[in-house]
Structures are given as C-alpha cells and as structure tokens.
Design a protein around this ligand. Structure first.
Ligand SMILES: Cc1cc2nc3c(=O)[nH]c(=O)nc-3n(C[C@H](O)[C@H](O)[C@H](O)COP(=O)(O)O)c2cc1C
Length: 174
C-alpha cells in the first residue's frame, strides 16, 4: 500500500530530525574540471571496502560539484580537523568561485594519472583521492562508488564533527 504524500512528507521530516543525532566527520569534496575548482561540504562519505580500497559519497544532483565529478571522474575527500571549522563555514556561506579563498589549498597531481589534478587542503586530517567507478542514482542524489587512488594523513588530528546542527570535536582518551 503506497503512503499518502502527507505521510511521506511527515516521515521525511521525522527522518531529518532523527539525523540531528548522527555525529559525522565533516569533509570537503573537491575536484577540478576544465581548469575550474569545485568544492562542497559533505558528511555523506562512507568507506566501503579495503580490498579494493573504496568509498562512496552521496552528492545532490543540484550541487555545483555534481556534474564536475560525474564528467571528470575524480575527486578528493578532504577530512577536516577541528581547526577547519572556519573553512567549512566559509564554504557554506560562499558561492563556488569564492570557496577556495580560505584554507591552505594546493593542486594535487595524481601520481598514477598525471593529467588529473585537483585542489586539496594541505593540512587536512586526511586527503583521500578517489576515482569514480560507478554512479548509482537514488532520488535527489547520486552515489559515487569510487576506488581510493592516493592518501595522505596528518597524524594526531582531531576530527571536525557535525551533530545536532553544531560543530564539535572528539578527543581520544590518552
Ligand atoms: C554539515 C553539512 C554536510 C553536508 N553534507 C552534504 C552531503 O553529504 N551531500 C550533499 O550533496 N550535500 C551536503 N551538504 C550540502 C552542500 O554542502 C550544499 O548544499 C552545497 O552548498 C550545495 O552546492 P552548491 O552551492 O555548490 O550548488 C552538506 C552541508 C552541510 C552544512
């Protein structure tokens, strides 16, 4: 039996409310297409397998980075540390062309495919360079199932978390 539009809308609202309790590490997804940089704040990042190293990201089809990732087939997941809250807020508050004005950005040349480059945050907790293998459409979003091609990490970083509409961090016990 199909649900009425009202019931579905209530369910979506309840679901959104329930997600406020889901603490997630904040990432910046980045890519470059035609010499232009694209970037977006994202929490829908999920590791999939270690053999092969793979992850999936969920990107709204209306986001400016969506078509750039779909067309060039590469992107970076920049996992943020707590000092990057200002970078995350800057990304959210500004349009695409202004987003890279804040933060320590460099151009990564992909070792295995030197024709591919993308902006990466040099002091990110981790930078995971990904190659898209499958695009799985679902509702408003596409899931980019991707292999991991290159990784750098900054030791002893404290992750930037987002939960209940606020930013926070997590200190590992000594
Ligand atoms: C904490 C946070 C997490 C987000 N996570 C995602 C995400 O995982 N996927 C997504 O498509 N949008 C996500 N968004 C929304 C996009 O960052 C935002 O809609 C983006 O500005 C849209 O892209 P555009 O302005 O470049 O078109 C998130 C926003 C915030 C503040």
């Amino acid at each position: 039996m199909s649900q009425s539009a009202t019931a579905l809308s209530q369910l979506a609202s309840d679901f959104r409310g329930s997600l406020r309790g889901l603490a997630s590490t904040v990432s910046l997804l980045t890519t470059e297409k035609g010499g232009e940089r694209f970037g977006m704040v994202a929490t829908a990042v999920m590791p999939v397998t270690l053999q092969p190293p793979a992850l999936v990201v969920g990107v709204n089809c209306s986001a400016s980075i969506h078509d750039a990732i779909a067309k060039c087939g590469w992107f970076a997941v920049n996992l943020l540390a707590k000092q990057h809250e200002v970078v995350s807020r800057h990304f959210t508050a500004n349009s695409r062309s202004e987003r890279f004005a804040v933060g320590n950005w460099a151009d990564l040349v992909v070792a295995s495919s030197p024709e591919v480059r993308m902006p990466v945050l040099t002091d990110a907790a981790a930078m995971i360079c990904c190659r898209v293998r499958e695009i799985i459409p679902y509702g408003t979003h596409d899931l980019f199932l991707s292999t991991v091609e290159q990784v750098t990490s900054t030791p002893n970083s404290e992750p930037l978390l987002y939960c209940n509409g606020s930013f926070g961090s997590f200190n590992s016990p000594p």
